[in-house]
Design a protein around this ligand. Structure first.
Ligand code: CO8
Length: 256
């Protein structure tokens, strides 16, 4: 597919999606979701990929769902638009490979929800976060009510959701919404450093560490513990763990 609202870069072992609708601060409209899903198809099919970076062009990561498009919607259309966002972001959250959001500017409303569907978030000092939907007489519709409270806790989430306050990158770091803050020129370097660390580990171990953690947070504790034991023990039947442990004992780097 030819992309006009996003850029997709496939490297040897990682991919990057750059949101590229800067004239509308990368706002999410129906066409953006079509392109995002097509990029995800491409990424899912490529077994060489070990990590995905998502970032934005211009002064926004994503400034939310497209308010112009939403203003024309009836209830049914809004339901479908919200469902498309849920499905797309759940796809990202459940992607086998880790996803790093490199947040270069505004991450508001649907943009903050997009970032929260990613596994790790780093931000530059220009980044701003918030769930301003109540300013529009709306609530988050891409799972922000659920992901925000799981990431920063119930009261911190309600504080942001109910006041629509916009917070800067350092406040986001303090709340645990992002894991690192960088200078603007260092953002992608830092994201790629994380990618390099991830790609130096066992491929299956990385996939399973993500899968069990992401699935587990939405399960009851006993079921999630059971899932961990099952997936942990299955790794002992794989050459990757044999090589990892042997390499440690032989005081050498694993040859995955
Ligand atoms: N949708 C559409 N266009 C947008 C959006 C948006 N979310 N954000 C910015 N733009 C456009 C502006 O309209 C403007 O266009 P134009 O130049 O044609 O007038 C252009 O981008 C540049 O924006 P500004 O001139 O406003 O730039 P500023 O630097 O002055 O301000 C802000 C930046 C503070 C980010 C400001 O643009 C803003 O407040 N944007 C809206 C932020 C917002 O409210 N986001 C939440 C939207 S609601 C949402 O995301 C719900 C998600 C769930 C949806 C469920 C589906 C039904």
């Amino acid at each position: 597919m030819e992309y006009t609202n996003i850029e997709v870069q496939i490297n040897e072992s990682s991919a990057q999606i750059t949101m590229n609708r800067p004239q509308a601060l990368n706002a999410l409209n129906s066409q953006v979701f079509v392109e995002l899903n097509s990029a995800l198809d491409e990424i899912e099919k490529n077994d060489n990929l070990r990590a995905l970076i998502i970032t934005g062009n211009g002064k926004a990561f994503v400034a939310g769902a497209d308010i112009g498009e939403m203003s024309e919607m009836n209830e049914e259309q809004a339901y479908n638009f919200a469902k498309t966002g849920h499905d797309t972001f759940n796809r990202i959250a459940n992607l086998k490979i880790p996803v790093i959001a490199a947040i270069n500017g505004f991450a508001l409303g649907g943009g903050c929800e997009f970032a929260m569907a990613c596994d790790i978030r780093i931000a530059n000092t220009f980044a701003k976060f918030g769930q301003p939907e109540v300013n529009l007489g709306l609530i988050p519709g891409y799972c922000g009510t659920q992901r925000l409270s799981r990431i920063i806790g119930l009261s911190n989430a309600l504080h942001l959701l109910l006041t629509a306050d916009m917070i800067d990158a350092n406040e986001a770091l303090r709340l645990g919404l992002v894991q690192k803050v960088t200078e603007p020129e260092d953002l992608l370097n830092e994201a790629n450093k994380i990618v390099s660390k991830i790609t130096s580990k066992g491929k299956l171990a990385i996939e399973k560490a993500k899968e069990v953690t992401v699935k587990g947070i939405n399960m009851d504790f006993d079921s999630a513990s059971k899932l961990e034991v099952e997936e942990f023990s299955k790794l002992f039947g794989k050459p990757e763990s044999k090589e990892g442990m042997t390499a440690f004992l032989e005081k050498r780097k694993p040859n995955w």
